[in-house]
Design a protein around this ligand. Structure first.
Ligand code: PRP
Length: 196
């Protein structure tokens, strides 16, 4: 039987997904509190600019972080999205990223804040930052909810970071395993053998 929203506590996980969850690493209330802090920093850093800040979400995992960040900002902001092909698990060091969906927005002269759910090897962002910089924006910075420094293959300037996570497979709050678990409100690890 599924629970009603009134029965959900702070650590609620949908019942059908709960059996594969090993541990709640970052509960929803900590994510919310950290996003409050990050939004306040972004507000301060971009106050008084000539153009509205453009938040660029990298599909699909970043949609939760982007929408929760955008709802906290008090400065004027716009949103857009990009989608990239993954470089494939066996060739993670190649760094080849293909743009599947480009921005709808011209960014010349704009302040751009790339929003990610996680920086892992860094190859996706490394490519995206270079690609966006070639379009002559006023600035390109990165905000990522999570970072896994132990997996980094390229050095990256990530200006705003929510949390560092260990080298375990994490899902929830936008992150998936085989497209599942994105809707879990927390960052969680999966039980060994789940397939992750
Ligand atoms: C994840 C994540 C980043 C990228 C980070 O996306 O959202 O975009 O991987 O990995 P990297 O630092 O090693 O490049 P994924 O390809 O899983 O797509 P998704 O967001 O649609 O789940």
């Amino acid at each position: 039987m599924s629970s009603t929203s009134a029965e959900r506590d702070d650590l609620w996980i949908p019942e059908q997904l709960r059996e594969n969850v090993e541990e709640i690493l970052i509960p929803a209330d900590r994510i919310a509190a950290r996003l409050d802090e990050l939004a306040a920093e972004v507000d301060r850093d971009y106050a008084g600019r000539d153009t509205d800040l453009l938040l660029v979400g990298v599909l699909r995992g970043a949609v939760f972080t982007l929408s929760d960040l955008a709802r906290r900002l008090t400065i004027p902001s716009a949103i857009d999205f990009m989608a990239c092909s993954s470089y494939g698990s066996s060739t993670t060091s190649s760094g080849v990223v293909r743009i599947l969906k480009d921005l709808d927005t011209e960014i010349e002269g704009r302040d751009v804040l790339l929003v990610e759910d996680i920086v892992d090897t860094g190859l996706t962002l490394d490519y995206l930052i270079k690609n966006l910089r070639s379009r002559n924006p006023a600035s390109v910075e990165v905000l990522s909810l999570l970072t896994k420094p132990s997996r980094r293959e390229v050095e990256l300037p990530v200006r705003y970071i929510g949390f560092e996570v260990p080298d375990v497979f994490v899902v929830g709050y936008g992150l998936d395993y085989a497209e599942r678990y994105r809707g879990i409100p927390h960052i969680v690890s999966l039980k060994p053998g789940t397939g992750a």
